[in-house]
Every structure is written in structure tokens, then in C-alpha cells.
Ligand binder design. Structure first.
Ligand code: ZN
Length: 193
């Protein structure tokens, strides 16, 4: 079974999406001092530029989908995800509603695992992987023998790599077949960290 990291392009001339730092609570780990940000309200984003809107944006560790992409995912009963309302900050002090949705990924696959199936070193408390931990790592794997790790979702995160969407072959094929813009895929076995 193939697994792929879902990535966005930055070079297709689309309007750019920005994170608007609202409704956020930061938690700092006392051991590794890593900062984890959680939304405590709707995701708020801003847009800039004159290009077309893309079907998908990654904004920091959050994701937005167009009505078209949402419909494709719903029609194909893709698991591991839910959709949430977001707000657009027009930077004139107005928060606008939109038919874009936040793609909230709740599927999980255990801690980040290298090609050999070994856990990549991480903080003993919050399990954050630092850039030093990732240095020299090439390729990731999903341990299918350990049934309690990957929950079987079509779209998911490693427990300690939130924001980096991993998908099954099925999702990759559906998205490619529907000409969704601003997404490409990298096989996790050859994912260069
Ligand atoms: Zn930590």
C-alpha cells in the first residue's frame, strides 16, 4: 500500500493565503521548549495577490479547501477528516464569511517512523521532533503491523507531525483525477526531510 505526503505548490501564480494570528492559544513544552498552537475559535486567514484562488492552501499547520475539493472528498467518503467554517480577514477590520472550509485532519498513525520502522527521536514529554532530529533522515514509513498506530484513515497525521497531511493511494488518485489545483504528492518512502 502506498502512502503520500500532500504538498502545495507556491509557483503557480495563485492568490496567496496568509495566517492571521487570531483565536490562537500557545502551549510551551517545559522540556524541549517547543511551542504548540491551538485554535480556540474559527481559523482566520487573509489573502493577497491577484491570481486565481487555488483549491487548496496550507497555512502554517492548517489547511483550506475550495467547495470543489470539499465536494470531491465528501463524494468519495474520504475518512479521517472533517470540515469547519473559517473567516477571512480583509485587513480593513472586517471578518468575512466564506464558502472555503478548513480541512481538519483527525486521522492518526502513531509517532513519526523512519524507513526501517524505527521511531524518529523526539521529546519524551510532547514528542516534538526537532530539526536536529530530522537531520539526515530520508524517507518515512507507516507500520502496518502495529494495528494500534495507524487508525486506517484515508487522510491522517503522524501523532507528532501535525500539519503534514499523509494520504493513501486512493486519495492521491481521486485528487489527481479531478484536476485539483495547488496539490502534489511525494511518496513517503522517498520523502526528503
Ligand atoms: Zn517537548
Amino acid at each position: 500500500m502506498g502512502f503520500y505526503a500532500l504538498k502545495d505548490n507556491f509557483d503557480e501564480g495563485f492568490t496567496t493565503a496568509y495566517w492571521n494570528n487570531k483565536n490562537i492559544t500557545n502551549y510551551t513544552c517545559e522540556v524541549c521548549e517547543g511551542i504548540n498552537s491551538e485554535n480556540n475559535g474559527p481559523l482566520v486567514i487573509s489573502f493577497d495577490g491577484k491570481g486565481d484562488m487555488a483549491d487548496y492552501y496550507r497555512i502554517v499547520k492548517w489547511h483550506t479547501v475550495s467547495p470543489k475539493l470539499m465536494q470531491v472528498l465528501v463524494d468519495n467518503k474520504i475518512t479521517g477528516i472533517r470540515f469547519k467554517d473559517i473567516l477571512i480577514d480583509d485587513e480593513k477590520g472586517n471578518l468575512l464569511t466564506t464558502d472555503l472550509k478548513q480541512l481538519d485532519v483527525y486521522g492518526r498513525s502513531g509517532l513519526l517512523t523512519d524507513l526501517n520502522g524505527d521511531e524518529i527521536p523526539n521529546c519524551p514529554v510532547c514528542h516534538r521532533v526537532t530539526p536536529e532530529n530530522l537531520e539526515g533522515q530520508k524517507g518515512l514509513s507507516i507500520n502496518l503491523d502495529k494495528w494500534d498506530k495507524w487508525d486506517g484513515s484515508d487522510m491522517f497525521y503522524y501523532d507528532n507531525w501535525e500539519g503534514n497531511i499523509i494520504v493513501t493511494e486512493k486519495v492521491k488518485e481521486i485528487i489527481e483525477r479531478n484536476n485539483i489545483t495547488n496539490i502534489y504528492f511525494v511518496n513517503i518512502h522517498s520523502y526528503d526531510l
